[in-house]
Design a protein around this ligand. Sequence first.
Ligand SMILES: [Zn+2]
Length: 78
Amino acid sequence: MTCRDLFERLSEYVDGELSQEICEEIQRHMEGCEPCVAFAKTLKKTAELCRRLPSRPIPPEVAADLRGVLVTHLSKRK
Ligand SMILES: [Zn+2]
C-alpha cells in the first residue's frame, strides 16, 4: 500500500462505511510511514473509529474533515 492508495481508501471510506479490511490496511501502512503518521491528526480519528465500530457510517463532521485533509494533501503532492 502506498500513501496514495491510503488516501484513495480513505476517500472511499468517507463516502461509505468502514470496512474492517480497510481499517487494517490503513493501520498497517501507518506503522511504517512517517508522512502518513504526520498526517494522522485526522487519521487518528479514523483509527479510533476503526477500533470502536465494526461497521457504521461515520459522523458527517468527521467525513468533512477527512475530505478536506485528503483534498489538501493530494493537491500538494501534484
Ligand atoms: Zn504513507
